[in-house]
Ligand binder design. Structure first.
Ligand code: FE2
Length: 241
């Protein structure tokens, strides 16, 4: 069983379409999105439509949380807030309802899916946590595997009951230790922040216990130009490069 995990699409339909094309060529059985489908990028409505049309389940990201609970917007920096307001203004009532209706977690193929941090935080960044805090989180986690997004950086953290250890994802398949629990950050489809401007996602093979990291090129200029054309904060166009 192959599960494709996509996250942080951020209104980037060019990146999403290329990623879904890549998924379709790789015999994947199921796809899940870890939230932040909207925000920063110029095509949030098209992204939500695509997820709904393809029946791809999602969870709540912090950008959807800001739609559901506008008070949370106070935590955004001024530029992100401006971008969020533009995003919200262009979404249809149906798309806004979709954002408000997303659950904070899902279990997919036995894996916990949460935007920020297990067990159920949409807003906590994994990098804020010490090794000791991570160990406590693993101890309380029932699942062997948890997928997160939020930081826009690929990451694999393994826990053997003693210490949480980081390992670098590589381009080819990574064999994970079935005796360990893992938190896997799927990176970002629509706004990578790891110095590689290609869209990222991962494929989890439940039978071979391997994780494949996919790095997919897309037409960045189309998305960047559209952000500028709309008069949305230019910073988020430049950041794509
Ligand atoms: Fe995000």
């Amino acid at each position: 069983m192959k599960l494709a995990v996509i996250s942080d699409i951020h209104g980037n339909i060019e990146a999403l379409n290329e990623v879904l094309g890549d998924v379709d060529r790789r015999n994947v059985d199921q796809i899940v999105s870890l939230g932040d489908n909207i925000g920063y990028g110029p095509e949030p409505e098209a992204v939500i439509e695509t997820l709904c049309d393809r029946g791809i389940p999602s969870i709540l990201g912090n950008h959807e949380l800001a739609v559901k609970e506008p008070a949370y917007l106070e935590w955004f920096n001024p530029l992100a807030r401006k971008s969020h307001i533009k995003t919200r203004e262009c979404l249809s009532p149906q798309a806004l309802d979709y954002c408000r209706g997303l659950p904070p977690t899902r279990i997919v193929q036995g894996c916990l899916c949460v935007h920020g941090c297990p067990p159920d935080s949409t807003i906590t960044y994994i990098f804020e946590l010490s090794r000791a805090q991570l160990a406590r989180i693993f101890d309380r986690m029932d699942e062997r595997i948890c997928f997160v997004g939020h930081t826009h950086r690929l990451e694999i953290i393994a826990y053997d009951g003693g210490e949480a250890k980081w390992r670098d994802p590589v381009d080819t398949a990574v064999q994970l230790d079935p005796d360990c629990q893992h938190i896997i950050n799927a990176g970002s489809v629509g706004q990578p922040r790891d110095g590689d401007n290609r869209a990222k996602y991962v494929i989890w093979d439940t039978e071979t216990y391997t994780l494949t990291v996919r790095r997919v090129p897309y037409d960045i200029k189309v998305t960047a130009d559209r952000i500028i054309e709309l008069g949305w904060p230019e910073f988020y166009a430049r950041r794509l490069w």
